[in-house]
Design a protein around this ligand. Structure first.
Ligand code: 8X3
Length: 251
């Protein structure tokens, strides 16, 4: 069955991979992002089944107006993929940038919340609908410098679970996808404010999860029969595992 899938943050990384995979699977994609020229390039690549829509998820006026701005024929959204999000900085809390913290909360928490609230009434009218929220292993496993980033992702995971309690008995499913180390995207470069050498160091000697692995997971979640809801998917590359708790010893 061909679905209409709205993906936020679709101009690169996970979002672009999810758009590519969804089109390949015969669906239609509303690709939203701030960087319209990148969306236009994606539309050139993927053809008329991709609709590029400029959207800054941190602009509540724009997110709240989003459903009303969709053109005729694109309003029946079956799947919302809340992918837009970012990590900024890895400094300890006592020296981290407040501006970075505010940006992460505005995007990962407030933006996701507004897009979800705007689309929910429409999703409820579909025979079956799915919200897929991109969270992180950082939601469950703290690490030094993860402070606000991990906290925003804990919000995403818990919001997903709480949404289900409101939506139980409706046809709207909700899944939190929680990846660990993922390579091949701008994630670490953005986190380190363009320091690509430092970003590359994050992946040195590893085979991380890829954006295509995430797209595969989203395709699986979305394609399951309507009586199945996957609550959360935690995924790590085989080279990664949760570490021991830290102990600071004296001497
Ligand atoms: C991405 C995983 O470990 O960089 O969300 O926080 S991590």
């Amino acid at each position: 069955m061909s679905l209409t899938i709205l993906v936020t943050g679709a101009s690169a990384g996970f979002g672009a991979a999810i758009a590519r995979r969804s089109i390949r699977d015969g669906h239609r994609v509303i690709a939203t992002a701030r960087r319209v020229e990148r969306l236009e390039a994606l539309a050139q690549e993927l053809g008329p089944n991709l609709l590029p829509v400029a959207l800054d998820v941190t602009d509540p006026k724009a997110t709240d107006a989003l459903p009303g701005c969709l053109p005729e024929g694109w309003r029946e959204v079956d799947v919302l993929v809340n992918n837009a999000g970012l990590a900024l900085g890895m400094d300890p809390a006592q020296s981290a940038s407040m501006e970075d913290w505010d940006t992460m909360v505005a995007t990962n928490v407030t933006g996701l919340m507004h897009v979800t609230r705007a689309l929910l009434p429409h999703l409820l009218t579909r025979p079956v609908a799915t919200i897929v929220n991109l969270s992180s292993t950082a939601a469950s496993y703290p690490y030094p410098g993860g402070n606000v980033y991990g906290a925003t992702k804990a919000f995403v995971s818990q919001f997903s679970l709480n949404l289900r309690t409101d939506l139980v008995g409706t046809n709207v499913r909700v899944t939190s996808v929680e990846p660990g180390l993922c390579g091949g995207t701008e994630f670490s470069s953005v986190r380190f404010h363009g320091d690509d050498a430092r970003a590359a160091g994050v992946y040195a000697g590893t085979q991380p999860i890829t954006a295509e692995d995430i797209a595969e997971t989203v395709a699986w979640v979305v394609g399951l029969p309507k009586h199945v809801n996957i609550n959360r998917v935690e995924m790590m590359p085989t080279c990664q595992a949760a570490g021991p708790l830290a102990i600071k010893r004296q001497g």
